[in-house]
Design a protein around this ligand. Sequence first.
Ligand code: ZN
Length: 328
Amino acid sequence: MAKGLIEFTPKGMYVPLADVYIDPSAAVEKAFLTHAHSDHARPGSSVYFAHYQSAPILKHRLGNPQISSYQYGESLMVNGVKFSFHPSGHVPGSAQIRVEYNGEIWVAGGDYKVENDGLSIPFEPVKCHTFITESTFGLPIYQWQKQELVFNQINEWWKANQEKKMASVIFAYSLGKAQRILQNVNHEIGEVYVHGSIANMNEACEAAGFKLKPWKILNSGIGKESTKTALIIAPPSAAGTTWLNKLEPYSDAVASGWMAVRGSRRRLSADKGFVLSDHADWDGLNYAVEASGAKKIIVSHGFTAAYARWLNEQGYEAIEEGLSFSEE
Ligand SMILES: [Zn+2]
């Protein structure tokens, strides 16, 4: 158990001096949120503190709760403890949370990636004494290609399907990955349609100030003539459901970091897998840890044991904590 500015409790990360939680797993009085993914942003807390671009998304996801929102770098004091949000490059509105008291600085990295995805504000290292890092892909086997190469592959697949008069359905998380695909595919190829749950997220992102490329909601009024040349972005939960029937014939694909693991695509029974993650790969994690300047590292979720062991071998004082965040 790490005792310090941020402690690890059954409800998640806790700042005892300020009596606030970071990404709590249960309802609390004051919840600071790194981002709006459902495994980090749980309903029921009295007040949420988040980056302002997360606010419209949180309103949509959590049923219009009380939200206090901030710019990146803007600070607020709670019981003499200074808090601020800094870009984590994970999804729209995502942040690392910096906590300072009496000259001691801790940073909770939340989920992050270091590559600029063309959508989220890019990751910025924040100097601190203790850095709390994720390790979702914290093994040396995880090495991402530059995203333009991945989007070239996605564009080629889309074009090949068009030639066969097949619709192209790509499964991606509704917040972050879906908009990242929308922003980076080649819109000269054809039109992009989205599932209703992604349309809701797109609207929340637009309300937060993101200028998204053209998209249309796929509703019952859209005929096959329109979809057979289109790219359709759908959430993973739509895979294997009757929602897809109206799109026949189609080819489907999954965009996820887990596509780097042999057999993942087959298990999801999709035609194609694209390795595209909103988390740092092995080199990205090591870059972020080094750039934080911290000597003490707490590995909060992912391959915690393996990554903490490796950091210790590199001379860091690293320990693991087992927070249960699951979304990719
Ligand atoms: Zn996340």
